[in-house]
Design a binder for this molecule. Structure first.
Ligand code: QAP
Ligand code: CO
Length: 198
């Protein structure tokens, strides 16, 4: 994580946090996050903790606050360019910062426009449901409004994998998982599959 780029102090000593997993921590994962109003040191500590946690989890590319027990409307992403075969993902690509990874912190995110009739297909997974994947489609292009780490407001258009990740993370903030709404039979099957893997 480059703290200068995401706008938080270099002095923060990040701590790894435990990623909550389904079904054990389902209550936390089903908790709706609250809007961020204070852009203070505590918020910056939590963001640094989230980045360290994501970086320490192999194959993790995005993380929502409630996945580590923080009930604030924010998520981060750290997406390797190598899996973003559909670049350019955004007109404001920070490629001059890091040629290999796209990092993102979105606070109080709101989708302003989800372009209709154009979908992106990806093998969806979740750090809170490790070992389970399912091919899913989501709108390919979104216009996102969000605040940065100091509370400044932005609107950016995203597409492809990064837009897919943003939509997945925003559902976390509303207490939703991508397996919610599936039949009991299907959920039992997923549960069994996850248990076997441990
Ligand atoms: C959400 O997902 C996402 O099952 C972030 O064993 C999903 O970082 C964004 C992971 C799809 C874009 C496309 C999952 C790691 C990580 C696993 C993740 C696992 C290890 C998932
Ligand atoms: Co997830």
């Amino acid at each position: 994580m480059n703290k200068d780029i995401i706008g938080i102090s270099r002095d923060i000593n990040a701590k790894e946090r435990r990623i909550r997993v389904w079904p054990r921590d389902v209550e936390v994962l089903h908790t709706t996050c609250e809007p961020v109003t204070e852009y203070d040191d505590q918020l910056h500590q939590e963001i640094a903790d989230m980045f360290l946690t994501l970086e320490n989890n192999e194959d993790g590319i995005a993380l929502a606050a409630n996945q580590v027990g923080i009930f604030k409307r924010m998520f981060i992403a750290n997406i390797p360019m190598s899996i973003m075969e559909d670049s350019p993902y955004s007109p404001t690509a920070p490629s001059e910062y890091s040629p290999t990874t796209v990092s993102l912190v979105c606070i109080n995110p709101k989708i302003v426009v989800a372009h209709p009739n154009d979908y992106y297909k990806y093998d969806e997974g979740c750090l809170s449901i490790p070992g389970y994947y399912e091919t899913t489609i989501r709108p390919r292009k979104i216009l996102l409004q969000y605040n940065d780490t100091r509370g400044r407001e932005f609107q950016t258009e995203y597409q492809g994998l990064i837009a897919f990740a943003i939509q997945h993370e925003m559902e976390h903030l509303d207490g939703k998982l991508f397996i919610d709404g599936k039949s009991k039979l299907k959920l039992d099957g997923i549960r069994r599959k996850l248990k076997k893997r441990r």
